[in-house]
Write a protein that binds this ligand. Sequence first.
Ligand code: SF4
Ligand code: MG
Length: 315
Amino acid sequence: DLDIAERTARLLGSRVSPRTVHAVDGVDLSIGKGEVVGLVGESGCGKSTLGRVVAGLLPPSEGKIRFRGKDVAGLKGAEARDAALKVQLVFQDPMSSLNPRSRVDEIVGEAPRVHRLVPRGELNGYVDGVLERVGLDPSTRKRYPHQFSGGQRARIGIARALAVNPDFIVCDESVAALDVSIQAQILNLFMRLREELSLTYLFISHDLGVVEHISDRIAVMYLGRIVEEGEAQSLFSVPNHPYTQALLAEVPTFETRRRAYSPVKGEIPSPLDPPPGCHFHPRCPHAFERCRAERPALKAVAPGRMSACHLNDRA
Ligand code: SF4
Ligand code: MG
């Protein structure tokens, strides 16, 4: 399949409440087939909103989502359904996203049954295969979510997403609620599944330690804008943007990584009323006059690296 699975989100804001909050503002992000892109930033920066828009759960108020080169808003009927199923979201908290009154086989088998992806008589065997693929014993198929451990529930959430045979998975803080050792197991599972099924991921996390291991490319988000983007290893070793530098200086430790926290000095301003110019200027140690007045554009600062900081224009 030479078709490039590319989903481009060019968003100029998303309606997330009766009042239009530009939780995501002018983001342009392309993800190539088979790529893992890590989307990082502090809580409340718009990562989840962007993830929901990419996964088709939230329409962009302006702009386009393209999948395999086609604008998804223009798709109809079976083509629209297929595009929707090909992109799946794995949620942050499996306990709140799994129906406590549904058995595992119902949870995993529901979408294939509703969308008739598998002949009726083959559904049980199909569900068992999906459970095995994520490391769950098929003999547990009649159990309910509360009868599983946190790590197993994470696997159930992944199995539900995989059951419709997606190409692209948006993981929103999918391991944040887990103990560190279980996190590592689930991240390894994501990586194995990527190999086995040629999956593409947008991996959303506030935890740089989580995305570092699995991402080919990293996009750093601050108050609804991508401020830096580049190849993962080089971005970690030579961060360009002062916000990325601040995040990396505070890579969370064991004790802090499970909390929603604000590692960079100063409060995150309200997304309802973001500071003018560079949104980061009130917290930036390098801010100068221009930063308060003019929005820095995201532009190439090195091969494969984009950054939105006026410092790059200074000699
Ligand atoms: Fe700091 Fe100015 Fe760069 Fe923004 S544009 S990150 S305020 S130096
Ligand atoms: Mg979030």
